[in-house]
Design a protein around this ligand. Structure first.
Ligand code: Q9C
Ligand code: ZN
Length: 672
């Protein structure tokens, strides 16, 4: 199941015919440069190329009024002066004789992508289009947008494919007010948008872009606005927004399809957004969305006006859609104070509508909206320094790509006993190699549990595979060990990893697995035990948490504890061990592995014991290979004791691991 790339070169025809500094950034080179970059990186060639079709007038009518469509049809015959006069009637819009054709292709591309995904031709895809769509409304063009491509695609998915729950994630840096208006009373579409807001001073300067706009009527709680009140938001802020706001709601909503209003003006270097997120961040955001809806993610380009930043971000997103591991995120993983205030506001505004937020204790915020006494915060000094920062970050990304080439093998599996009927996905390597006998015995010697032949053979395979991951031949792996040897094998694997090149090793041990006794809190390892015995000497590097029993409890454990710890720690190797009595159901284990794949450049090694089902080994190999994890089943509330345990731990660990934070400093004037 592949990735579609939908495009038509006619969409480069529309361009600005007069002088207008506001509109000149929306130019044809946005598409040609992005496409060129996809070709240079060999990514376009790996996609299923689809030539965009025009949306029919009936399809445009799913969202737009007949009069508005007729008006635009008429613009094809207008001269430049008339086009300019008509454009002036809208806010930040320019028209060209080819605009109607281009805009129909843009909407048609989104429709074609949704059809390809929902008919099972591909698993996901990207439509590279212009004009963009998310500002456009029933009877008006706005903000470079003519037809609302994503909204039309969502209506089409409802009506032609009978979908009941669609998630729209709008990571463009502007508020897609058009999408919000179209679905604000519709509980079958969950619309999430983050946007530069600056307390209402940033375009389109709408009161209804704030966090307290949560939808209307039956749609209450299905509009989620996350306003950024300062510029300069970066990787940590964006990932925190996903972990602490979007994903809890998305899992509770359980979408059948994810549409992304993929604007890249939220990336570093963009003149509109003035944010700092680097291109690889969009691979992470994409991966985080791919665990939803069986991986059915349809992305449609919106904004993005810094050609280099836009193109690299598009490449990163397509790599993630293709299932390649994401590059590690650069920069300190600590959200800004202002970002935390925003997260807190949205969580408080949404808490009445979402069980998963009520449980995590989203504290109500007093007197929201009165918190910007100084009025408009000063924007970053324009020009020089910031553009230098952008240029440096963008070129260092290219260096990173050279340093971390995609390993030739994405997943390798080592199994001890020949397991019959194991259906490994295509491309997954079944590794037969082992460490030399003497070396293996030296590592095994301290452990009685590794004296048995069977255990020793398994250990040899585990260490061999670990070696191949550490030397970059293989991206990730999974292996099985005999039950009595599970703890000892993990102990050796941790020490082996640390002495063979891992600088920061994250170990997520589920079930009865003790922390290797000689591990110290030297900052090079972080040990997280789920569902084992309580740690006798807990520390910032030794965390233990009970295994939650419900899906809701499991999800908050992963989203609110495991991933924030992992993203804060920034490991370069992740070991996930499912030990005796781990108690995870296969879909839970798969979700954990799929989400941890975002860490360490995808260097994730999973260890299961042989008592686990063969299906578990298969499903782990599949998700490590980039497939979506199976559904967790119906959402059920976390048990109070699980929530309590989590809240306590987060309080204890927050001072060191900043991605755990979900609330700003006590809201005082000018805070953040
Ligand atoms: N004078 C998209 O990114 N700028 N549209 C208005 C106020 C308009 C952005 C500035 C920006 C439109 C799809
Ligand atoms: Zn935008």
């Amino acid at each position: 199941m592949g990735t579609a790339l939908v495009y038509h070169e006619d969409m480069t025809a529309a361009r600005l015919l007069w002088d207008d500094p506001e509109c000149e950034i929306e130019c044809p080179e946005r598409l040609t440069t992005a496409l060129e970059r996809l070709q240079q990186h060999g990514l376009e060639q790996r996609c299923l190329r689809l030539v965009a079709r025009e949306a029919s007038e009936a399809e445009l009518g799913l969202v737009h009024s007949p009069e508005y469509v007729a008006l635009l049809r008429g613009t094809q015959a207008l001269g430049t002066r008339e086009l300019q006069a008509l454009s002036k009637q809208y806010d930040a819009v320019y028209l060209h004789p080819s605009t109607f054709h281009c805009a129909r292709l843009a909407a048609g591309a989104a429709l074609q992508l949704v059809d390809a995904v929902l008919m099972g031709a591909v698993r996901n895809g990207l439509a590279l289009v212009r004009p963009p769509g998310h500002h456009s409304q029933r009877a008006t063009a706005n903000g470079f947008c003519v037809f609302n491509n994503v909204a039309i695609a969502a209506k089409h998915a409802q009506q032609k494919h009978g979908l009941h729950r669609i998630l729209i994630v709008d990571w463009d840096i502007h508020h897609g007010q058009g999408i919000q208006y179209i679905f604000e009373d519709d509980p079958s579409v969950l619309y999430f948008s983050w946007h530069r807001y600056e307390h209402g001073h940033f375009w389109p300067c709408l009161r209804e872009s704030d966090a307290d706009a949560v939808g209307r009527g039956r749609g209450l709680g299905f509009t989620v606005n996350l306003p950024w009140n300062q510029v300069g938001m970066g990787n940590a802020d964006y990932v925190a927004a996903f972990l602490h706001v979007l994903l809890p709601l998305a899992f509770e909503f359980d979408p059948e399809l994810v549409l992304v209003s993929a604007g890249f003006d939220s990336a570093i270097g963009d003149p509109e957004g003035q944010m700092l997120a680097t291109p690889e961040c969009f691979a992470h955001l994409t991966q985080l969305l791919q665990v939803l809806a069986g991986g059915r993610v349809c992305a449609v380009l919106e904004g993005g006006y810094h050609l280099e930043s836009l193109s690299q971000s598009v490449c990163m997103m397509v790599r993630a859609l293709l299932g390649d591991p994401a590059l590690p995120l650069s920069g300190p993983m600590e959200p800004h104070g202002s970002a935390l205030e925003s997260l807190q506001c949205v969580r408080a505004a949404q808490a009445p509508h979402w069980v998963s937020l009520q449980q995590q204790g989203a504290a109500p915020v007093l007197s929201s909206g009165t918190r910007c006494p100084e009025g408009r915060p000063s924007p970053l000094p324009p020009g020089e320094p910031e553009f230098k920062a952008a240029a440096a970050a963008l070129s260092s990304l290219l260096d990173q790509l050279r340093l971390h080439p995609t390993p030739p093998v994405r997943v390798a599996v080592a199994l001890t006993a020949p397991v019959t009927g194991l259906a490994l996905p295509p491309g997954v390597l079944c590794e037969e190699g082992s460490l030399p006998q003497e070396e293996m015995q030296a590592w095994a010697r301290p452990h009685e549990a590794l004296a048995q032949d069977e255990a020793l053979i398994a250990l040899g395979k585990v260490l061999y595979l670990l070696d191949r991951i550490l030397d970059g031949q293989v991206s990730s792996g999974t292996a099985a060990t005999p039950v009595p040897a599970a703890a000892a094998t993990l102990d050796v694997a941790v020490r082996y990893g640390l002495s063979h090149g891992a600088q920061r090793l994250l170990c997520v041990a589920v079930g009865k697995l003790d922390r290797p006794p000689d591990l110290t809190d030297d900052g090079r390892n972080l040990w997280l035990n789920i569902g084992g015995k309580e740690a006798t000497a807990p520390s910032m590097f030794h965390v233990s948490v009970p295994l939650p029993v419900t899906t809701g409890g499991f999800l908050s454990c992963v989203l609110a504890l495991v991933l924030p710890l992992a993203y804060s720690f920034q490991p370069d190797l992740v070991l996930v061990a499912l030990g005796p009595g781990h108690g995870l159901r296969d879909p839970q284990a798969a979700l954990l592995a799929a989400l941890l794949r975002g860490l360490a450049g995808g260097r994730v090694f999973t260890l299961v014991d042989e008592e686990s089902t063969p299906q578990l080994a298969t499903v782990l190999a599949r998700v490590l290979n980039g497939e979506a994890p199976p559904s967790l089943g119906p959402f059920s509330m976390a048990a109070p004791e699980d929530t309590q345990a989590l809240m306590y731990l987060r309080g204890r660990l927050e001072p060191r691991w900043k991605m755990l934070q979900v609330a700003g400093e006590a809201a005082g004037p000018g805070s953040g």
